[in-house]
Design a protein around this ligand. Structure first.
Ligand code: ADP
Ligand code: ZN
Length: 215
């Protein structure tokens, strides 16, 4: 198994880009830590109950909690798949836990893609973000509008704003990113794995650039 990590601030487009990549390539599996956690919260599993408050405040959930969820998934995954990890790891401790899981499963870290986007753009993207509560598809009121206003293109469900997408929580998420996740850039850079990609401009262009660096 190959692992590709998508690294980038909240709103940098990790989920959108991953969605485009998997739609075009059957060998790719998209795992979003945020989606895993939101699903656990919805189902009120023990991990979900523990994660809920952290997520509402825009703080990171405990490292072991999310690392175990991702490890379970990796262990159950087919050997010939390429895993696109979106939102994990987000701390150095998580990166080290991922190394242990990868070694145990014979998976190789192939590359770490850094989606580079400036803060003003991040805030605008998050403010306009709408998601489908049923199938998880993501939209933006002006950048990626649904065909019918307020409704999911895929399943027709009414779109919602994520609970943690309000300005105060977003500011907190951006400062958490600076403090806890930015150190991963050097961590993977030192291993020669980092691929920096311009994360603004037309979506097709971003997808093409990412595809080139993970090929
Ligand atoms: P975004 O990238 O826009 O912040 P995500 O959906 O990736 O959105 O994450 C939403 C929330 O889920 C985070 O603010 C955090 O509380 C939690 N979360 C997601 N991934 C992790 C992780 N790897 N470690 C800790 N917390 C996480
Ligand atoms: Zn939907």
């Amino acid at each position: 198994m190959k692992i590709v990590i998508l690294l980038g601030a909240p709103g940098s487009g990790k989920g959108t880009i991953a969605g485009r990549l998997v739609a075009a390539d059957r060998a790719l599996r998209h795992v979003s830590s945020g989606d895993l956690l939101r699903d656990a919260v919805k189902r009120q599993t023990p991990a979900g109950v523990e994660a809920d408050g952290f997520m509402k405040r825009g703080e990171l959930v405990p490292d072991g909690l999310i690392a175990n969820m991702v490890a379970d998934l990796i262990e159950g995954m087919a050997g010939d798949a390429t895993l696109l990890l979106d939102g994990f790891p987000r701390t150095l401790a998580q990166a080290e836990m991922l190394d242990v899981t990868a070694a145990r499963c014979g998976a190789a870290l192939a590359s770490v893609v850094l989606l580079d986007v400036e803060d003003a753009v991040l805030i605008d993207r998050i403010a306009g973000r709408r998601v489908c509560p049923k199938c998880g598809a993501g939209f933006h009121v002006t950048n990626i509008p649904p065909r019918q206003e307020g409704l999911c293109d895929v399943c027709g469900t009414e779109l919602v704003t994520r609970k943690d997408d309000n300005l105060e929580t977003v500011r907190n998420r951006l400062s958490v990113y600076q403090a806890q996740t930015v150190p991963l850039i050097d961590f993977y850079g030192a291993r020669g794995l980092l691929r920096k990609v311009v994360g603004t401009g037309a979506i097709d262009g971003i997808v093409d650039r990412v595809r080139q660096v993970i090929a």
